[in-house]
Design a protein around this ligand. Structure first.
Ligand SMILES: O=C(O)CCC(=O)C(=O)O
Ligand SMILES: [Fe+2]
Length: 287
């Protein structure tokens, strides 16, 4: 274990952890149990059997439960903010036809694979995200598997095997965020990937957003920057750190955004089904 406040968990340790909670109507009791699991577990808790008969019920239930843990943050465009963002395939893609990243789109509205990241990386709309919740309303026909990696494990591995990269990752990078900036807000957010000296340790990772920043800032990534990002990716690719889990209908994951990084494989919906994979996401600032 490192001297930083973020404990390291391997995928096997995560898999062996006791982080599943049965849903019950007592919201305060449920939230207290989630808080307890978050504290002693790897950095997430899963509630199973949440009622998701329709989208409104699911959204209300997710908000009621996690609203005890933190203040839900507005997501989406300024003209139509929501506390319950729907992650589903609405036909966008994070890639343009030439393979470059598509600007200004919500990658959460695609069926693409999403590289490992965390949701607070670019301070969406200027908010610090402490926790987020994902409630599965509908699973995909195929794919849509989540991967979770303990940021403590990443820090330990980088320090041991890539110390120079780790040093660079403790210095600021620019994260492009035009899709989550209100009018008047900066289109990039500058911050280190690892900001562990802060009163509340912060981890910010989203390589796509770091790679999209130079055209906005006019500051190119140096060869040293790129090798630091490559070292991070090399560690994130280690199978012994990657805990894989496919959310089932009615499953609610509450995740500590600093302690767990996450990604998702691409998915396919049943073209004959009326709806497809759908998760409700709530972003939270701790009370
Ligand atoms: O679809 C998922 O499972 C997660 C999506 C996600 O991480 C995001 O949209 O930020
Ligand atoms: Fe995410």
């Amino acid at each position: 274990m490192s001297d930083v406040a973020i404990r390291s968990w391997s995928a096997a340790e995560i898999a062996a952890g006791d982080w599943t909670i049965d849903h019950r109507d007592d919201v305060d009791g449920l939230a207290a149990e989630i808080r307890d699991v978050l504290e002693r577990g790897p950095g997430f808790a899963a509630v199973t059997g949440v009622p998701v008969d329709d989208l409104d019920t699911a959204c209300a239930r997710a908000l009621a439960i996690v609203g005890v843990l933190g203040r839900p943050l507005p997501q989406g465009p300024e003209r139509a903010p929501t506390l319950t963002w729907l992650i589903r395939d609405e036909g966008t893609s994070r890639f343009a036809a030439d393979g470059a990243y598509e600007k200004g789109i919500y990658t959460s509205k695609s069926h693409d694979d999403l590289d490992i990241h965390n949701d607070g990386a670019m301070r969406p709309h200027g908010h610090e995200v402490d926790l987020f919740a994902l409630l599965c309303v509908e699973a995909a026909m195929a794919g849509g598997e989540n991967v979770f990696v303990s940021s403590g494990a990443v820090i330990d591995a980088l320090r041991a095997d890539f110390p120079r990269a780790y040093e660079r990752l403790c210095q600021p990078f620019a994260f492009e965020r035009s899709h989550v900036a209100y009018a008047g807000q900066d289109l990039v957010s500058w911050a280190p990937v690892f900001d562990l000296a802060a009163p509340r340790p912060r981890v910010r990772w989203n390589r796509q957003r770091i790679e999209m920043a130079p055209p906005v800032t006019g500051v190119p990534l140096t060869a040293d920057d790129v090798s630091a990002l490559d070292a991070m990716d090399a560690v994130l690719a280690r199978p012994e750190l990657r805990f894989r889990h496919t959310l089932a209908r009615g499953e609610l994951f509450v995740v500590d955004d600093a302690r767990m990084l996450h990604g998702r494989t691409s998915f396919r919906d049943d073209p004959a089904a009326p709806t497809g994979r759908c998760l409700v996401r709530v972003l939270l600032a701790r009370h």
